[in-house]
Design a protein around this ligand. Sequence first.
Ligand SMILES: Cc1cc2nc3c(=O)[nH]c(=O)nc-3n(C[C@H](O)[C@H](O)[C@H](O)COP(=O)(O)O)c2cc1C
Length: 181
Amino acid sequence: MGKALIIVGSRREGNSYNLANKIKDELKKDRIISYIIVPGNQKIHLCTGCMDCDETGVCDFTDDMQRNIDRLLECDTIIFITPTRWNLLSGDIKIFMDRLNPLYANKKMKGKKMVAISIGSSPKDVYSTDDSVKSLTNFAESATMDTVLTYQFNNCLDFKDILNQEDNINNLIEKLKIILK
Ligand SMILES: Cc1cc2nc3c(=O)[nH]c(=O)nc-3n(C[C@H](O)[C@H](O)[C@H](O)COP(=O)(O)O)c2cc1C
């Protein structure tokens, strides 16, 4: 049985966080273990681009990314949930991704399953979640991960709007359970 790491791209207890908790609770009912990380609420230095990690496979900074990387290596399925910001992924997710570069040189993310979820306040026909989900799958491609599922939620402005989209959430969770079985 698989294990999932859920990375939440918003630091408020809003749509991304509420969706992450719903996923975690539902997976738990099937005894599937998952962990939630909210990088924006952690201590994570910005990548300086020094590239030392390309040689050494480790980052010079000592912060919460060490524990995050251990978790990521432990899990076979990585679920990114990003709010759409200016049609892109959130800054918190980008900072987290940059700090995964130590895993790049040794291809330690290769073959991990990527689930890319984006959330936006605009309606679907505005297309803004298309680009934010694409920014997640672009990362997966560079990291040699396998994108196994993408999902977009629209019309989510207030903190808990996403919880009104029960059918979408149930559909997503069914798919996740198949991936993680
Ligand atoms: C700086 C900023 C930029 C945003 N840009 C977009 C956007 O381009 N398209 C969109 O649909 N929603 C946009 N939103 C709205 C959020 O994506 C939306 O409210 C989302 O549900 C927030 O997720 P959260 O509740 O997990 O924080 C933006 C919000 C902020 C704060």
